[in-house]
Design a protein around this ligand. Structure first.
Ligand code: GLN
Length: 485
């Protein structure tokens, strides 16, 4: 009997009834980890020595899960999927993970990401490319690639992720599972390797909205080690789940969803957007009001540039501590500056270095006003625009990306200006710190596609409920790869 492909509640019940033990679950999860490692290369570390946890009334207790390798885990290798930290073993655990441990959750592996979260393909980690379990010639997207692959393959019911631009929600979409990033600061970032602090969010990849809610309840909470975290004691996401969404108002953005915007659309994009139209009908059937709104194309087009400028600037600053002196292997050199230069030159991949060059450039005194400050102003315009929408609408609903997971071959050359707004709109969730969730909404040629729901800050319950109701109405839910009919 397999359990790791089931929901948290089902597994918990089996544990409570004595049908299975925590040790059995760990064994199953580790076996599947090794199988998936051979197939998809999803893990930096598999913790074969993981120990069972006492099973209590806590739904997470005794159940295995995975941790993205940019979360610090005491005594366990934490590399950020970078050569610069390939041997780094932290002496403390990230708050989000120690919160899960307090609930009795059992970490069984550390998952591969794009180096330090800086990528969207799952191909830039120092341990190699992560393949999509639905079709190994395709990518998982990134950066939470290993977490997405593992949850989709039924290694365990959930894994942690981090999201700076879309890093939870895009891989979830490509792997046919749920990806949820709560409001900025709901989960402490203490111990998450910082990429771009004003955009970084912790979150979860799971196979259902209910599981995502349960896990987030356990991860969240105010933390004195993260001054941006806030008190959410009064919020219980799981207990607040309700599929009664009658009367809620949603909008979608014409400039992103209208097929007329893509004169030379490929059949897959046509199908993806047609599928999205059907989802809108499902929303209506559930009693929600759906309206089309327009957002200035120029503003939408500015999104990726704003993201690049702000994220690269913050990354350059955050990662200036990676010198080889405090963490990581010390490099050769006559003097300290030479050691540092060698460490950074050899350690970082070219992709990351390019981002540091951009970050340093936009922060230089003579460029700062033109690039960095202007990017911050446009970020404000975008966030104001979405907040204006949230005055009328409970949430914005949009398709994720331009279709299914992209092939790994040629992944470096995949930028298509025409569909950029479709690919990049998830970044608004990070600009505004908005709660944002991606759920599967169908299949095209046997590969999953997804939609996203984003709401206003602190309105996580509303966002989850819309997703919960819609999920129940779908033919496809976040099933594991092996379960597809
Ligand atoms: N794909 C985006 C990037 O490359 C987002 C990454 C993320 O959210 N961590 O920066």
């Amino acid at each position: 009997m397999e359990y790791m492909n089931k929901s948290l509640k089902e597994i918990h019940e089996a544990l409570k009834n004595g049908n299975v033990t925590s040790a059995d679950l760990i064994k199953e999860s580790l076996e599947k980890s090794h199988q998936l490692q051979d197939k998809c290369n999803a893990f930096v570390t598999i913790l074969d020595e993981a120990k069972p946890c006492e099973v209590t009334d806590d739904i997470l207790s005794g159940i295995p899960y995975g941790v993205k390798d940019n979360y610090s885990t005491k005594g366990v290798l934490s590399t950020g999927s970078s050569n610069t930290l390939k041997d780094y073993v932290p002496f403390f655990t990230a708050t989000a993970i120690s919160n899960l441990q307090k609930h009795g959750a059992v970490m069984v592996n550390k998952t591969v990401l794009d180096e330090f979260g800086m990528g969207g393909t799952g191909t830039t980690g120092h341990t190699g490319i992560v393949k999509n379990p639905w079709d190994t010639s395709r990518m998982c997207a990134g950066s939470s690639a290993g977490s997405a692959a593992a949850v989709a393959a039924g290694v365990y019911p959930y894994a942690t992720g981090s999201d700076t631009g879309d890093s939870i929600r895009k891989p979830a979409a490509y792997c046919g599972i749920v990806g949820y990033k709560p409001t900025y600061g709901m989960i402490s970032r203490y111990g998450l390797f910082p990429f771009a602090s004003s955009l970084d969010h912790c979150g979860v990849l799971a196979r259902s909205v209910e599981d995502a809610a349960l896990v987030t309840d356990a991860m969240k909470g105010q933390d004195h080690n993260d001054m941006t975290s806030w008190d959410s004691k009064d919020i219980n996401l799981y207990q607040s789940l309700s599929a009664d969404v009658k009367g809620k108002k949603l909008c979608y953005i014409k400039e992103i969803c209208d097929i007329a915007m893509y004169p030379d659309a490929k059949p897959e994009l046509k199908e993806h957007l047609a599928n999205f139209r059907q989802v809108l009908q499902k929303c209506r059937d559930l009693g929600m009001k759906i309206e089309e709104v327009s957002v200035d194309h120029k503003l939408l087009e500015a999104m990726p540039s704003v993201y690049v400028v702000i994220s690269c600037a913050e990354a350059t600053s955050n990662m200036s501590n990676l010198t080889g002196f405090i963490f990581g292997p010390r490099a050769d050199g006559e003097k300290y500056d030479e050691e540092m230069k060698n460490y950074r030159t050899k350690g970082f991949s070219p992709l990351i270095k390019r981002r540091f060059v951009i970050g340093s450039y936009v922060l230089q005194a003579q460029n700062k006003e033109r690039y960095f400050h202007n990017a911050q102003r446009v970020r404000r315009l975008l966030v104001d625009k979405w907040n204006e929408l949230f005055k009328t609408y409970d949430a914005v609903i949009l398709p994720v990306g331009s279709g299914t997971a992209k092939p790994l071959a040629g992944s470096a050359d995949m930028l298509d200006k025409r569909t950029q707004a479709l690919e990049d709109h998830l970044q608004i969730g990070n600009f505004g710190g908005f709660p944002s969730i991606t759920i599967p909404d169908g299949f095209i040629s046997n590969l999953p596609v997804a939609l996203n729901i984003t709401g206003k800050c602190y309105d996580d319950i509303n966002v989850l409920n819309i997703a919960y109701a819609l999920e129940a109405s779908m033919d496809y839910k976040g099933q594991t790869v092996g379960e597809v009919k």
